[in-house]
Design a protein around this ligand. Structure first.
Ligand code: ASP
Ligand code: MG
Length: 404
């Protein structure tokens, strides 16, 4: 078997943990498997490198930033190879240039285009454990690039696809994917399985277990991912296309405080109004999430929508600038104290009543719903931020997620 194993920063944070990971990989290797290891930078090293850069130049060039950040992963892979060597196993570390992991030139947010498998195969054929830098790539002018924070997950899945690996295991500091954030919902339970689509919804909702693009890639190439802990031998969570039909209606509850609501009041009730409004925001690359338009009356209507909290002030400025001219509305209000709660589940597609059950849960918990949005596999409500914990627990309980 060819196995790709990815370990995050906390799993290789110090000497002891590096040896622990080395031993774990060697165990797999001694069973006769070919082992490819993908590593992140040690501990908080990436953050520290960013701080060092900002201290020297508050506005560093993106090219130099990526050049700097790639050293983080290079440190962990070389140390890991030395650890394996110390344990008597042949290992070789390779960076993105040596493998040839080709990406676009979008520094700090590059996309993988193609991975050459040849060098890796050659090393594997010599019975070496191959240790590869996560998170980095090279563009067509031989500049180093990075894939965005948390991008090592994506490297691992891309390698698993390129090498047609038999397994892709992502090791982290939690036991897998949970029905909700265990810090918020005490009864949260680890899931055995979850679909790619559910995982994509949960990742974009801030569940934070896997890099979003890694799940997209896994879905595209049919790479089954196992998310599990590097600290114990528990089974973990399998991320794949379909899961058991008898599975739960809802797989998880996610909460997100990174939201703000903007209400544009007293717009003319005419064609083109929504276009103008959202076009102003799109021109500044501001993403809009949930949108609600009121019923028109007396020739006017209101439109409210949510944006990420960090761009809320910018969005307000842009709209204020156009308030009297192209928008012609009475007022624009901002509320930063909202939160999103979503229930996600592939089982919703074929089952009615999920939204109603969610609303009932909010009612029972005395949580007022301010906005609603639904997709095939998700029901989201916008509520006051102060109710977030109560709402998440209520939804979790309403869908019996804690019980096994
Ligand atoms: N070291 C990089 C980061 O901290 C990539 C990763 O950990 O996946 O974002
Ligand atoms: Mg990560």
């Amino acid at each position: 078997m060819l196995i790709v194993k990815k370990f995050g920063g906390t799993s290789v944070a110090d000497k002891e943990r590096i040896f622990h990971v080395a031993e774990r990989c060697i165990e797999e290797y001694r069973k006769g498997n070919q082992v490819v290891v993908v590593l992140s930078a040690m501990g908080k090293l990436t953050d520290e490198l960013i701080a060092m850069a900002k201290d020297i130049n508050p506005n560093p060039s993106k090219r130099e930033m990526d050049m700097l950040l790639t050293t983080g992963e290079q440190t962990s892979v070389s140390l890991m190879a030395m650890a394996m060597d110390a344990l008597g196993v042949a290992a070789v570390s390779l960076n993105a240039f040596q493998v040839a992991m080709h990406t676009t030139s979008d520094y700090s947010n590059a996309r993988l285009l193609k991975i050459d498998a040849e060098r890796i195969r050659m090393e594997l054929d010599q019975r070496k454990i191959v240790i590869i830098t996560g998170f980095q790539g090279v563009d067509r002018n031989d500049n180093y690039t990075t894939l965005g924070r948390g991008g090592s997950d994506t490297t691992a899945v891309a390698l698993a696809a390129a090498l047609r690996a038999d397994a892709c295991e992502i090791y982290t500091d939690v036991d897998g994917v949970y029905t909700a954030d265990p810090r918020v919902v005490k009864t949260a339970r680890k899931l055995d399985e979850i679909t790619y689509d559910e995982m994509l919804e949960l990742a974009s909702l801030g569940a934070g277990v896997l890099h979003n693009r890694c799940v997209e890639l896994a879905k595209k190439y049919g790479v089954q991912i196992v998310v599990r802990s590097s600290l114990n031998n528990h089974e973990g969570t399998i991320v794949k296309e379909n899961v058991d039909m008898e599975k739960m209606l809802v797989s998880g509850v996610a909460g997100d405080k990174n939201a703000a609501r903007i209400a544009v009041v007293g717009l003319e009730d005419q064609p083109g109004v929504a276009f103008k409004l959202f076009n102003h925001l799109a021109n500044h690359n501001i993403n809009v999430d949930v949108i609600l338009q009121s019923v028109g009356r007396d020739g006017t209507k209101d439109i409210s929508f949510t944006v990420d909290r960090e761009v809320a002030d910018e969005a307000m400025e842009i709209l204020e600038r156009h308030r009297k001219t192209s928008l012609k509305c009475q007022s624009i209000n901002l509320d930063k104290s909202i939160a999103k709660v979503s229930v996600v589940g592939a089982g919703m597609v074929s089952n009615a009543g999920v939204a109603a059950r969610m609303f009932e849960a909010m009612y029972d918990a005395n949580v007022n719903i301010r906005m609603i949005s639904t997709s095939e596999i998700k029901v989201t409500v916008i509520i006051d931020e102060k109710n977030l914990e109560r709402a998440m627990n209520a939804a979790h309980e309403a869908f019996n997620l804690g019980a096994k």
